[in-house]
Design a protein around this ligand. Structure first.
Ligand SMILES: [Ca+2]
Ligand SMILES: [Ca+2]
Ligand SMILES: [Ca+2]
Length: 383
């Protein structure tokens, strides 16, 4: 085995097959902190985490973490695999893998990693739903993930990523519990998207009494594989829940720093649509550099007059494409890039029409376009 292969094997998570029959209670102790994901089961029509206990508090859930595709529940057999998973020879948790089920033409698999350390004093589980399209046509689906919380009629939002009491698609994380000062059930974290560089944010996030759901509209290209991540978090107090969610999920690099994706290969990370990774900054840089080249080309063509501008291949549609791509990846509602690049094109066209083809006009336009694009790049990289 060569050195390169050795280094890959050293870093990628490893698991040894361990068949189990559901339901399973999955328990951990880390120092003085003990917790259990109770009755991970196929029950009530689908795969569910029925309940949870954390540091002596019980009744976290009343059957949660169900998944449906186009309204049909993901319901695997009770024969699953629950393996210790290691990164760099250290066991980081237990990975539950359930059957691949054909749903809406896709091969759907769930892998839930229950971490064995109390991350920021909280218990965390990472649920990945893998959606593989075996056909030669794209497939569009609606995915719903969620269920019922043990906090019942007293459920309320105790904190979220934008400092309000909302539970909606703008929230990176939300903390709920059954009391504002002394919760009797575990305090719960709800995380269905990363902070930035995200391709698909939830189309809906709702807390209806004690029912919490996240909805995603996805298109899986022909022959492609995409995945959606949902996070479960249990804490003992509202303050600890808020601080853990904020540290782990409040920034682009937070999940990576906390080891949330440490066991995944680059390919598996690329498939995740609702979390981003720091290498996305390089993607943005390449996109903006490429677009800037095209704007410069447009400006250069503009110099030779109206006919050349009309003939140029930088159509508004192309500017639109870059704008859309960046909007998609950052989740920005305002296509800053689109504006910058479209404005440059329009300005060049207008100048050419007005017969202003002297070189100082175009130098001024070029400077303006460059400035807009550089500002955008800085904004994106700083996210
Ligand atoms: Ca319960
Ligand atoms: Ca309760
Ligand atoms: Ca309930």
């Amino acid at each position: 085995m060569n050195k390169y292969l050795l280094s890959i094997f050293a870093f990628i998570g490893f698991a040894t097959a361990a068949p189990v029959t559901l339901p399973q209670d999955i328990s951990f102790t880390d120092g003085a902190t003990s917790w259990t994901w109770d009755n991970v089961a196929v029950s009530g029509g689908g795969l569910t985490v029925e309940d949870g206990e954390f540091k002596g508090l019980s009744d976290a859930y009343d059957s949660h973490a169900y998944l449906s595709v186009d309204g049909v529940m993901y319901s695997p057999s009770v024969n699953a695999d629950l393996s210790d998973i290691s990164v760099n020879s250290t066991v980081i948790g237990k990975l539950l893998t359930t059957d691949t089920v054909v749903m809406s033409g896709l091969n759907v698999t769930r892998k839930i990693l229950f971490f064995n350390t109390a991350k920021e004093q909280s218990a965390v589980a990472r649920d990945i739903t893998i959606l593989q399209n075996p056909t030669n046509a794209p497939i569009s689906i609606a995915v719903a993930w969620g269920g019922n919380l043990g906090s019942d009629g007293s459920t309320a939002v105790r904190g979220n990523s934008n400092g309000t009491s909302s539970f909606d698609v703008k929230d990176i994380w939300v903390i709920t519990s059954d009391d504002s000062t002394n919760p009797s059930d575990p305090v719960l974290g709800h995380v269905a998207q990363g902070k930035s560089c995200v391709v698909n944010r939830p189309a809906g996030s709702v807390l209806l009494e004690d029912n919490a759901f996240h909805l995603f509209n996805l298109t899986i290209p022909a022959g492609d594989t995409l995945s959606v991540v949902n996070i479960l978090q249990m804490s003992d107090t509202n303050a600890n829940g808020i601080s853990a969610a904020s540290v782990i999920f409040g920034s682009l690099d937070g999940p990576t720093n906390a080891g949330i994706f440490a066991d995944l290969t680059d390919e598996e990370k690329d498939q995740i649509v609702n979390f981003g990774f720091s290498d996305c900054k390089a993607d943005y840089r390449a996109l903006v550099t490429d677009a800037l080249k095209k704007v410069k080309k447009q400006i250069a063509l503009g110099k030779s007059g109206k006919a050349a501008v009309t003939a140029t291949n930088l159509a508004d549609a192309e500017a639109q494409k870059y704008g859309d791509e960046i909007t998609l990846r950052t989740g920005k509602t305002e296509a800053v890039f689109l504006k910058a690049s479209k404005a440059s094109v329009s300005a060049v066209k207008a100048a050419a029409k007005a017969g202003k083809t002297n070189s100082s006009d175009f130098e001024a336009l070029k400077t303006k376009a460059q400035r807009s694009l550089n500002t955008l790049l800085k904004k994106i990289v700083a996210e």
